[in-house]
Design a protein around this ligand. Sequence first.
Ligand SMILES: [Zn+2]
Length: 208
Amino acid sequence: MDFFDFHHHKKNVAYGIYNAEPNVTPPDIPYSIGIHPKDIDINLIDNQLDWLLSNINENCLAIGECGLDSLVSIDQKIQEEVFLKQIKIANELKKPLIIHCVRKFYEVISFKKYAEQPMIIHGFNKKQNIAEDLLKKNFYLSFGKPVLYNLSLQHILKIKPLDKIFLETDNEDFNLEELYKKTSELKGISLEKLNEQIIENLETIKNG
Ligand SMILES: [Zn+2]
């Protein structure tokens, strides 16, 4: 059985969404493309947006990762401007948005009103109240390796509706099947059923 990897950085994984490397032409596999807050260069932002726009083809499944990060040195106002620009690109191209968020969840929520396409928070690793607030605002959450050992995240995944989740490896080196197995146990469903549901979720976000 193959397991869809919602957000990853491996050029040799074709079943998932590869996150395009900045300023490089994406490989010939399904990918997402965006400007990560840490990569914003205020002097080159127009070139960065050009790179993004000129590298969108039929393999592009989403815009991102993009978002807000309180731990990077880029000015918050600039981060917000670049984030909003990418939300507008996603609206125009009708692509979902893969969101990177570090300690800026309520700011990201405040940007939801501009987005006409689904927003997926990748690598969700925070508390239940934040998960609930995101859920109320119709965000999807993508979970990674910490679910294997973090009890609080396991609880969130357990109560989170199945039609709002994705699973990913991101930068971590581990077997994605373990994460699917853990999730199917938490949800009390078979691995096959979980796999089907994730693919259904993917179709839903692709269709806006
Ligand atoms: Zn990543």
